[in-house]
Ligand binder design. Sequence first.
Ligand code: G1P
Length: 291
Amino acid sequence: MTDIAPIRKAVFPVAGLGTRFLPATKAIPKEMLPVVDRPLIQYAVDEAREAGIEQMIFVTGRGKSAIEDHFDIAFELEKTMSERGKDISVLEPTRLGPGNCAYVRQQEPLGLGHAIWCARDIVGDEPFAIFLPDEFMVGKPGCMKQMVDAYTRIGGGNLISVLEVAPEETSSYGVIAPGKRDGAITEVTGLVEKPAPGTAPSNLIISGRYILQPEVMRTLEHQEKGAGGEIQLTDAMAQMIGNQPFHAVTFDGRRFDCGSKAGFAAANFALALERPDIGPELRAFAVDLLG
Ligand code: G1P
């Protein structure tokens, strides 16, 4: 078996304005909204770490500095808590040292493809992962770990996570045209971003996790506009099919669309119920409320 390059870097596009969550997101990035007591972006970074990824690259924008603060050392907080004998281990996952994070700005909202392209120099010439933090994936192991394992089994190439949705939902997503299927792995023979209703090649949508070869950056360089007038990552990936292996892995776990209010509320409810410290109280409350 030939050695395949490990996935060491992950890109997190976090420049979006989060208008769907206004006024909550007026002064706070939507990625900092908490599911129980962790911001969404922290779950994505934890998922990346679990998959062995070392460097987190955030594509940010104006008003997103809370994300940088979150992953920095909070000196006053830690000093004060330590002096008072308080346990600061809860802050451990939030620390990303200088070699483990990088921030680059997307100055204009030109689309997901453009956001990823903004990270090209930091990614360099190696395969990398992408996380869309709105897509909250809960699994054991996590979604990216499942993907990295599949990537190793397949022997490299490009890999996206997919999941099945109702036919009427496909027009909101990137959709794959499936080829041969082997367990959780499906060959990808085509990709289309936000297909018009009734035209989707399948019900399998791209669910916000990617492992891509660096050549995608060269395609994104052309900055061609696609669905919604935006530079689409899906279009750049579609151009790689045929030149490089391209597969999808069906995620074994639960997914919450935290870009929608209902999905975000459901994620909070589901994760809170599972927590030993607050779950029983919440369950009793829900039973009482729903009768
Ligand atoms: C983006 C991608 C799309 C993917 C979706 C997952 O769309 O372009 O392919 O299916 O995320 O949430 P957006 O949600 O930015 O419109």
